[in-house]
Design a protein around this ligand. Structure first.
Ligand code: ZN
Length: 226
């Protein structure tokens, strides 16, 4: 299969899979693959679940349109996809999705806790990129700066109150990274919630004892004058 056609097939396959796995909802998120000096990217306003050969857009590394179906336009985040490709020549796949748990941590200004063995080996860390309006040059500049400054073994970041980006060599690997980041955030959130409930149960068990002690003390105080 021609390389460009293979890229198109992978963008379609993994865009649909991202939607099926719940990493994105509605018409959010965008996916791209670099094929030499061209980039295949999903269209703005088209759900990843509906990505097909007829909705894909082809542009060059400067964002000039090479192929664009009538009535469609490239993802509004095309600029930050291109900045990642311009920064790292070995990266050929970029995924941006809006999964709930990873975004939840960023809203709380917290990095995703890396708790599991697989996350420690494969994710390592997920930097948080400052908030800027989606689709703006400001957001693209934040992404470019974060990706450039991140160690080369880091392949994902969270856009504050927005979503995650994964960037890798190979779309399959890129999907795995995006999925693992959200899975890591989900596990950390579950652990935190279970710990909170445990603390709450422990303090409830202690409270009646305290009140009995207080009540005994109160009785003793009342009785002591006798
Ligand atoms: Zn987004």
């Amino acid at each position: 299969m021609e390389l460009l056609e293979k890229c198109r097939e992978e963008v379609i396959q993994y865009s649909r899979l991202l939607y099926q796995r719940g990493l994105v909802t509605a018409a959010g998120g965008n996916v791209s693959m670099r094929c030499k000096d061209q980039v295949v990217i999903t269209a703005s306003g088209v759900s990843l679940r509906d990505t097909s050969r007829e909705t894909l857009i082809l542009c060059d590394l400067e964002g000039r349109l090479l192929e664009c179906p009538q009535g469609l336009k490239p993802s509004k985040e095309t600029v930050f996809h291109l900045k990642i490709y311009q920064t790292w020549e070995d990266v050929d796949s970029v995924i941006h999705v809006h999964p709930a748990y990873a975004v939840g941590y960023s809203i709380q200004d917290r990095r995703i806790p890396i708790l599991t063995a697989s996350a420690k080996m494969k994710v390592v860390d997920v930097p948080v990129i400052p908030y800027a309006e989606p689709g703006t040059e400001a957001l693209a500049l934040y992404v470019e700066q974060a990706v450039r400054e991140a160690p080369r073994h880091i392949h994902a970041a969270v856009l504050k109150a927005h979503g995650i980006i994964a960037y890798e060599k190979g779309m399959s690997q890129c999907f795995d990274t995006a999925e693992l980041v959200e899975d890591t955030a989900h596990i950390a959130a579950d652990v935190r919630e279970k710990s909170r409930k445990q603390r709450s149960r422990t303090s409830q068990r202690r409270r009646p004892q305290n009140s009995r002690i207080k009540s005994r003390t109160g009785r003793q105080q009342r009785e002591s004058p006798l």
